[in-house]
Design a binder for this molecule. Structure first.
Ligand code: AMP
Length: 121
């Protein structure tokens, strides 16, 4: 899938629409999901133009990948997603993953028991 620079997260990165930032680093932005599905629901996105996890993993630099995951670690420490209580990280991709926004993002969810990973459809 080609990257669409008009997607909503690209617009957030350009400052065209607001967000509730949790933290920002050189290559990564983390902000609260606008429609949280758990008491803690943070989206972590790379600042680079990557469509999904596969694109990011294949094409981002080592520095970007490290920065992204170090940011994830800091958010886990900051927002109550503590290992003792647990949390869930979700990266939806493409049609089968039902990805809505075509800019790679990792959902970090926690603050309650989240149920089983998948429901039968
Ligand atoms: P996905 O279905 O994995 O692509 O998830 C997209 C997520 O982006 C959803 O959880 C939306 O609630 C969230 N979202 C959409 N627009 C915004 C926005 N302007 N600010 C924060 N989160 C958003």
């Amino acid at each position: 899938m080609a990257y669409d620079p008009m997607n909503i997260f690209a617009r957030i990165l350009r400052g065209e629409i607001p967000n509730r930032t949790v933290m920002e680093s050189a290559h990564t932005l983390a902000f609260h999901d606008i429609a949280p599905q758990a008491p803690v629901h943070v989206l972590v996105i790379p600042k680079g133009a990557y469509v999904d996890l596969a694109d990011f993993s294949a094409n981002a630099s080592a520095e970007e990948i490290t920065d992204f995951h170090r940011t994830v670690a800091q958010i886990c420490a900051m927002t109550g997603l503590r290992p003792g209580e647990g949390f869930r990280a979700i990266a939806n991709a493409g049609e089968h993953g039902m990805q809505e926004v075509p800019h790679y993002h990792l959902h970090l969810l926690g603050g309650r028991v989240l149920g089983r990973m998948l429901e039968k459809v």
